[in-house]
Design a protein. Structure first.
Length: 319
C-alpha cells in the first residue's frame, strides 16, 4: 500500500493552510474593530497572539506545559456536552465500545463475534490540528476449536484541521473538519484491504443534537500486476460499496441517554449502510449500556463487498 503522492499531500496542505488563513483573517478583522472601539489601547494588547503563543497555548488559554491528559471529561460539559469543539490534549473522537455478544447470520454459533472499538484524538500544539487514531476489532471469542482468533482488526490513523468560526456560539455551534485518513486491516494477500482518503466534513450542533456530513476523495492506487502483487490496489471497487460520503447524527435525548447513527448510500450502485447505537448511562460516569445495530456494506474491510446485518449488546464510553 503506497503512501499518498506529492500532489495529494499538497492538496491536503493547501486545505489546512486555507482554513488557517480564514481564522487569521477573522483575527485581523477583530483587531481592526478593537482599535476602532478602543483607540487609546496599545496595539500589542489588542493584537492576536504570536506564533509561539499559538503553538504553546490553545484558544481556551491552556498551557501546553501543563500536560495532555486533562480534557477527556470537563465539568462544564456535564449537562450538554459538545460533540464538536476545539479541545486541547487528548479527547473523544469516534465511538468507543465493546459488544461481548453480537448476532449475525453471517457469523453464527461458534462464529459469533465480540466487537470492540477504541478511538481518540490529540491536539499536540495550540492550533486546532489533530492527530487521531481509531481501531475496531472482530474477535471470534467463542470459536474454541480455532483458538479464538481475531477475524479482523481495522487500523484507522488520521490527521485533520478543525475550523470553527468566531460567530459560532454555545447555542449554535458549527464549523468544518478537513483532513486525511488511512484505513487498513494489516493482513496478507489475498485478505489485505486498505485505502486512503482526503475528506471535508462540515458540522452543525444545537442543544443536544449534532449533525455532520463527511465527503471524501479516494486517493488513487496503481492496478495490481497480478493477484499476488503486494503493491497494487487491494480493493479497486470499494467506492461502489462505501460510496463517497456519509452522514453522522448525534442526539443527547436527555442526560442519561444518547442516540448515535451513521448513514451512507451510493446512488449509482444502490449500496449503502446504516449504523444505530442507543446508549443508556450506567451510574454517574461516562459508561453506558449500548444496543448496536448494523445493516449494509463496509462494517469490516475484509468483507466490504458483503452486506451484513448485525445486532449486539454491550458497553460504550461517551462524553
Amino acid at each position: 500500500m503506497p503512501w499518498p503522492d506529492r500532489r495529494s499531500l499538497a492538496c491536503l496542505l493547501l486545505l489546512c493552510v486555507g482554513l488557517a488563513q480564514a481564522e487569521s483573517s477573522e483575527n485581523t478583522a477583530k483587531l481592526k474593530l478593537s482599535k476602532q472601539i478602543n483607540p487609546d489601547t496599545p496595539e500589542e494588547e489588542l493584537a492576536p497572539p504570536t506564533l509561539m503563543q499559538r503553538l504553546r497555548h490553545c484558544n481556551d488559554g491552556t498551557d501546553r506545559s501543563d500536560g495532555w491528559l486533562r480534557h477527556l471529561t470537563r465539568e462544564d460539559q456535564a449537562q450538554t456536552p459538545r460533540r464538536f469543539g476545539q479541545p486541547c490534549d487528548v479527547d473523544w473522537h469516534k465511538p468507543i465500545f465493546i459488544l461481548p455478544y453480537s448476532y449475525s447470520r453471517d457469523y453464527e454459533s461458534s462464529q459469533t463475534e465480540v466487537l470492540f472499538a477504541v478511538s481518540a484524538k490529540l491536539r499536540p500544539l495550540g492550533p486546532p490540528l489533530y492527530f487521531a487514531y481509531s481501531q475496531r476489532s472482530f474477535w471470534s471469542l467463542y470459536d474454541a476449536e480455532r483458538s479464538r482468533p481475531f477475524r479482523e482488526t481495522v487500523f484507522n490513523p488520521e490527521v485533520f484541521y478543525r475550523w470553527i468560526p468566531k460567530s459560532a456560539t454555545q447555542e449554535l455551534n458549527w464549523g468544518l473538519d478537513g483532513g486525511y485518513e488511512h484505513e487498513s486491516n494489516g493482513q496478507d494477500i489475498p485478505e489485505s484491504r486498505s485505502w486512503d482518503r482526503l475528506y471535508i466534513a462540515p458540522f452543525i450542533e444545537r442543544g443536544g443534537t449534532a449533525l455532520q456530513a463527511k465527503f471524501w476523495y479516494r486517493l488513487p492506487e496503481d492496478d495490481k500486476k497480478d493477484e499476488n502483487d503486494p503493491g497494487g490496489d487491494d480493493n479497486p471497487d470499494i467506492d461502489r460499496y462505501l460510496g463517497y460520503g456519509e452522514i453522522h447524527l448525534f442526539r443527547q435525548i436527555n442526560r442519561d441517554r444518547r442516540l448515535n447513527a451513521m448513514f451512507r448510500y451510493n446512488p449509482a450502485t444502490g449500496y449503502g449502510a446504516l449504523r444505530i447505537e442507543h446508549l443508556d448511562r450506567l451510574g454517574d460516569g461516562d459508561l453506558f449500556w449500548n444496543v448496536y445495530l448494523w445493516h449494509g456494506y463496509g462494517e469490516s474491510l475484509t468483507d466490504y463487498n458483503d452486506s451484513v446485518t448485525r445486532i449486539g449488546v454491550g458497553f460504550a464510553l461517551s462524553p
